[in-house]
Design a protein around this ligand. Structure first.
Ligand code: 5GP
Ligand code: ZN
Length: 112
C-alpha cells in the first residue's frame, strides 16, 4: 500500500467505488469519468506504479488481469471491448497504480 495512492485507498475501502469484481489479487470498479457506456478498471491489490515498473515477478498478475478482462466484460453485458494501459505521464497515465482500462458498450467503439 502506498499512502498517497488513490487506488490503494479504493483497494482498502478508504475511498468508495462501484466495485464489480474482487478476488485475493485484483479488484475491478467502474471508472469515475467513463469514456464509454461501460468503462471499468482492473486493478491489482498490490501497489505497482505502472506497466514499466513490472518485472518477472508480476507476470502471473499481469496475465490474470488480462484474462479477467473478457470474463468481467461478459458479465457487464459487453459483446466486445477495448483494453488500454496508459504508461507514464507521456503515455497519458494519471493514476500511478497499475490498471487496465476496459471500455465498450457504445455503438461506435471508443478511440481510447
Ligand atoms: P489513467 O489516465 O491513469 O490511465 O487513468 C486513470 C483513470 O482513473 C481515469 O480514467 C479516471 O477517470 C479514473 N479515476 C481517477 N480517480 C478515480 C476515483 O477516485 N475513482 C474511480 N472510480 N476512478 C477514478
Ligand atoms: Zn496504489
Amino acid at each position: 500500500m502506498s499512502v498517497d495512492c488513490i487506488f490503494c485507498k479504493i483497494v482498502n475501502g478508504v475511498i468508495p467505488s462501484k466495485k464489480i469484481y474482487e478476488d485475493d489479487d485484483v479488484i475491478a470498479f467502474n471508472d469515475i469519468k467513463p469514456s464509454a457506456k461501460v468503462h471499468f478498471l482492473i486493478v491489482p491489490k498490490l501497489h505497482v506504479e505502472s506497466l514499466a515498473s513490472c518485472e518477472t515477478q508480476h507476470q502471473a498478475l499481469l496475465g490474470k488481469m488480462l484474462l479477467l478482462a473478457p470474463k468481467i466484460a461478459k458479465e457487464q453485458g459487453l459483446a466486445g471491448f477495448k483494453t488500454l494501459i496508459n504508461t507514464g505521464r507521456d503515455g497519458g497515465q494519471e493514476v500511478f497504480h497499475l490498471h487496465l482500462h476496459v471500455l465498450g458498450g457504445g455503438e461506435k467503439p471508443p478511440k481510447t
